[in-house]
Ligand binder design. Structure first.
Ligand code: BG6
Length: 608
């Protein structure tokens, strides 16, 4: 997935380059395989500089700050169609280089379009799908010389979701299209701009137009016109004052955002506790919605899915709410019986933009009356906009691609909702947990303060062994195990498989040879199973590293135990995940890798 940004100023300016750079830096989380910058000058000339690699390197090597002009487009790319090289970087020229455009999205009929456009004599330079959007527009612009009509026709050739920004040398405007991928517009005093990311606009103006799918916008520096891309009809969408606070990313003395954000967790959970305590009506509306449902599906991807697994444990055990965690990507396959009005889809997403989750929401919004509610970390995001109720997990800007603080705040939001829901049902354990929630920030802090050396030592052991490994979890710790395994894969690039520990003996146990490493986050309350699962490995000379509060049964059974501070069973996921986050981080550093921007992935994926 990618990010696009397009701005039109009232007159030629030599600050265009700096504005494009400023906008691009807020798009890095959306992809950093390549970046490209384009400018249009009033004399009809253009500049287009782009290439593979990290944004800052391209800004320097291509001297982007020297860009001047009235109009500019920037695009950051996470590769789907076409390997990350110069030709496949965006933006793209059309055949005659008098149109420049860039997209974020997935044009699934790229191959066919490429063949068609080649046959029609167009100059096809790469294999990127964004280039096909430009050529589709070129095809009809050469016929009609009308932006709106040409884009309406071009859209009929394109299969897939996207957002697109483009300009012609002969027209003093830009055109933008929102078709399934996020796109916002900002209205300034002497400029108008569009971007995939709300935060990138809020740096320039708080006057925001929240575009909708099917919007085709044509804009210059002082006016914009929105049309329905299918019918051509005018659409009125006045700008709204947007007061969302946008944090600036800064390392404040840490070596990486990942370690900074791990250390932020106690503070962020404390802030969230205070926020939820002051949002009782919203929380109770959330709880009422869950209580009234026939089925509650927790729909998420990646780390958010792992939080949903622990969240489902909390809701089931503390509030008797039968919630089922479902990977967003297969919801429509496994739950293709249309959800009814009595069903609730709780979407969990840090970015609020994950396409797999939006693919679940859109058919439901169009075809059923099931309730869509969500937990997000980005206010105003696409998933939040599509939800009847939204709880913001308030982890603050999470810059590092591997999620850490957003995960623990997702966990805490689930625990708070489950404990309050159970308390309202007069369930004793829930009532007890609800009164102890304030202990969690301190528990996380104490864990961070006490396990650092152990985590560095285990990371060194893993790097020395240089092999794959497993991360097992039982009961409440299944989500923790999956999350720990993902962290290790994401930042250390070694295969670590997360698995439910009772499943390990059904085949994967064959992988165990002498000293084979197995991480095992565990709660003492689950010893009835966990000790058996540890023994099954230890008798085969595996190396089981348990992560748990002090418990002699585990100390006796395992190779070693990373002891986390004592806590209630329901709080163990918070302390043990911190250990796994730190092990992954130190392994990444020892391996000479960049934990914040791992290769091949991005902070959120708005493609299928
Ligand atoms: C992936 C990210 O692209 O998306 C993961 O690399 C993340 O870190 C996953 O967990 C889901 O993203 P979100 O924003 O829906 O929580």
């Amino acid at each position: 997935m990618c990010g696009v940004f397009g701005i039109v100023y009232s007159k030629e300016t030599d600050k265009l380059g700096d504005s494009l750079i400023k906008g691009s830096r807020k798009l890095v989380y959306r992809g950093y395989d390549s970046a490209g910058f384009a400018s249009f000058k009033e004399d009809g000339s253009t500049m287009l500089r782009k290439g593979p690699g990290m944004l800052e390197d391209i800004i320097k090597s291509k001297n982007i700050s020297e860009f001047s002009g009235k109009r500019g487009i920037v695009q950051l790319r996470w590769a789907t169609f076409g390997e990350p090289n110069e030709e496949n970087s965006q933006p793209h020229y059309d055949s005659d280089k008098d149109i420049i455009g860039a997209h974020n999205g997935n044009i699934v009929n790229t191959e066919q379009l490429s063949e068609q456009f080649k046959a029609e004599g167009m100059t096809i330079r790469g294999t990127n799908d964004g280039e096909m959007v430009v050529h589709a527009y070129e095809k009809f612009y050469n016929q009609y010389h009308d932006m709106k009509k040409s884009m309406m026709k071009a859209q009929t050739l394109l299969k897939g979701d996207y957002a697109f920004v483009c300009g012609n040398t002969e027209l003093d405007k830009l055109m933008a299209v929102k078709m399934g991928s996020s796109l916002y517009m900002g209205i300034g005093d002497d400029f108008i701009l569009c971007s995939s990311d709300l935060g990138s606009i809020l740096q320039f103006t708080r006057n925001i137009v929240f575009l909708k799918d099917g919007d085709l916008v044509i804009y210059d520096d002082h006016e914009y016109h929105i049309y329905d891309i299918h019918t051509g009809k005018d659409i009125t969408r006045p700008p709204e004052e947007c007061n969302i606070k946008i944090e600036e990313a800064n390392l404040v003395g840490y070596d990486h955002y990942m370690i900074k954000e791990i250390h932020e967790q106690p503070k962020r959970v404390q802030e969230l506790l205070n926020l939820l305590a002051n949002s009782q009506q919203l929380v109770k509306n959330f709880i009422e919605t869950l209580n009234q449902a026939d089925h509650v599906y927790l729909v998420a991807s990646g780390t958010s899915y792992h939080a949903s697994i622990v969240g489902a444990y909390y809701l089931n055990h503390l509030a008797e709410i039968h919630a089922v965690p479902v990977l967003a990507g297969y919801f429509n396959e496994y739950y293709n019986i249309s959800p009814t009005a009595k069903d609730v889809i709780l979407c969990v997403s840090q970015s609020g933009e994950t396409k797999d989750v939006i693919n679940v929401i859109n058919p439901i919004l169009h075809n059923t009356s099931a309730k869509i509610i969500s937990m997000v970390n980005v206010t105003g995001s696409s998933i939040a906009q599509k939800s009847e109720l939204v709880l913001n997990v308030s982890a603050g800007l999470e810059t590092s691609v591997p999620a850490t603080k957003s995960y623990t705040n997702q966990l805490f939001t689930f625990l708070y909702v489950a404990a309050l829901a159970g308390k309202m049902k007069n369930l004793d354990k829930a009532n007890e947990i609800f009164t102890q929630l304030e202990k969690i920030p301190g528990l996380i802090q104490e864990t961070i303060d006490t396990v650092k050396e152990e985590c560095e030592d285990i990371a060194a052991l893993l790097v020395k062994r240089d092999s794959d490994l497993y991360c097992l979890g039982y009961g409440i710790q299944y989500g923790t195990a999956l999350e720990g395994a993902l962290k290790i894969k994401e930042v250390y690039y070694k295969h670590c498989e997360g698995m439910y520990s009772s499943e390990f003996k059904h085949g994967p146990l064959s992988i165990v040879d002498k000293n084979y490493p197995i991480l095992f986050p565990a709660s003492p309350a689950d010893d009835h199973m966990v000790i058996s699962h540890i023994n099954e490995i230890m008798v085969r000379k595996g190396n089981v590293i348990v992560i748990s509060p002090q418990y002699k049964g585990y100390a006796k059974a395992a190779s070693r135990v990373v002891v986390v501070p004592d806590s209630d069973h329901y709080f163990v996921p918070f302390s043990t995940v911190v250990v796994l986050q730190l092990i992954a981080y130190y392994a990444s550093i020892l391996a000479g890798l960049n934990p914040d921007f791992p290769r091949n992935i991005s902070k959120t994926l708005t493609v299928d």
